[in-house]
Design a protein around this ligand. Structure first.
Ligand code: UT7
Length: 334
């Protein structure tokens, strides 16, 4: 890459809705238990939006913190990774940009569900490499609980809501914080394994009432997620020329702590190299990696100079990975 064309991490912020839903609250109304949820997923509690709170609201809160962390007021573009926009049309990113005082900055959504943040990072890096803009606010935000059947014990304990954001600026490939390479893939033949059947052009109104809710084949998704995140991670390590032993921290999409430890085992990474915050957030879809980054900085597990690998997997299916050397950032707590 030529000088000035790399995307460099310059700011980071996250935000969680104030309402905490613990496992005991779910066990009181669903056929489940705190013990089952903790042992099968690693989740103790998740945050849930109140009525009237939306993906844009959360994105504005997280985006404002990321801009403050970067020490900038304005960026050239806002890229929002989400599968839960405020409305089916238009995209939500322009509303986020306006509410953050970004004037007429370019703004659009990227929908790669739980892989959305990695896809949005790659998209933003492309905008910088093509010299369309010099800096980008990338937000990963989802109000995934709004897609859940409240009576489904297979999905309600798993998901939570939240938003995380980063500011990327044009810089040099050798700098701390320079992202890349990116490895991105998809397999649309598996779409049915993790899907909201209604609400789009195929089935605008639900044929069955439950068609408007998320449907998940948990075990199959688990298997694909572990294999694909490990594959993508290996591809990025090869491109970077890093050995597994040189990776200081692995920040994977927080879908299930057992998925993260299986990926670590497949790669040969030590379990203490994992950054994990799913116990307090649940699976927040596109927000999960930036929220884990915020917690990783705050608890001291991400330090300047660390070699950090990021990997995600989500509905679609989509998956991807990237890496960077951790820069020195000031980050507000969640
Ligand atoms: O973000 C990307 C998308 N999502 C994911 O990556 C999620 C991937 N999948 C998973 O994380 C796991 O498959 C789940 C956490 C969803 C489920 O865990 P599992 O270990 O695969 O459980 P299972 O579906 O194999 O079910 C095991 C047992 C079953 O009972 P029997 O047949 O053994 O008697 C289920 O009926 O657990 C039962 N079960 C529950 N029990 C209590 C399923 N859900 C629950 C529940 N509480 N909530």
């Amino acid at each position: 890459m030529v000088a000035g064309s790399s995307a460099v991490l310059a700011g980071l912020g996250g935000w969680l809705p104030p309402r905490v839903v613990g496992n005991a609250e779910l066990a009181a109304r669903l056929d489940t238990s705190d013990e089952w949820i903790r042992s099968r997923t690693g989740i103790a509690e998740r945050r849930v939006v109140d009525d009237g709170m939306s993906t844009v609201d959360m994105s504005v809160a997280a985006g404002g913190r990321a801009l403050r962390s970067a020490g900038v007021d304005r960026v050239g573009a806002v890229v929002l990774a989400t599968a839960t926009p405020d409305q089916p049309c238009p995209a939500s990113a322009p509303q986020v940009a306006s509410r953050l005082g970004q004037g007429e900055a370019a703004a659009f959504d990227v929908n790669a569900v739980c892989s959305g943040f990695v896809y949005a990072l790659a998209t933003a890096a492309g905008l910088i490499a093509a010299r369309v803009v010099r800096d980008v606010l990338v937000v990963g935000a989802d109000a995934f609980t709004t897609l859940l059947d409240p009576d489904d014990r297979g999905t309600v304990p798993i998901f939570g809501d939240g938003a995380g954001a980063v500011v990327l600026r044009a810089g040099d490939p050798g700098e701390p914080g320079a992202f890349g390479p990116f490895d991105l893939h998809s397999d649309g033949d598996q779409a049915e394994l993790l899907i909201v059947p209604a609400g789009g052009s195929r089935q605008p109104r639900p044929v069955e009432p439950r068609d408007r809710y998320l449907r998940m084949e948990g075990q199959a998704v688990f298997r694909h997620a572990t294999t694909r995140m490990a594959e993508s991670s290996r591809a990025v390590l090869d491109e970077l020329g890093w050995t597994v032993g040189e990776v200081d921290r692995f920040v994977g999409h927080q879908a299930n702590v057992r998925i993260l430890s299986t990926v670590a085992k497949q790669l040969g990474l030590p379990a203490d190299g994992l950054v994990v915050n799913i116990d307090r957030t649940g699976n927040t879809s596109a927000a999960s990696i930036p929220l884990a980054l915020v917690d990783g900085v705050r608890d001291g597990s991400l330090r300047p100079g660390d070699r950090v690998l990021l990997a995600a997997f989500g509905a679609g299916f989509t998956w991807g990975a990237t890496g960077l050397r951790w820069p020195d950032l000031d980050v507000d707590p969640l």
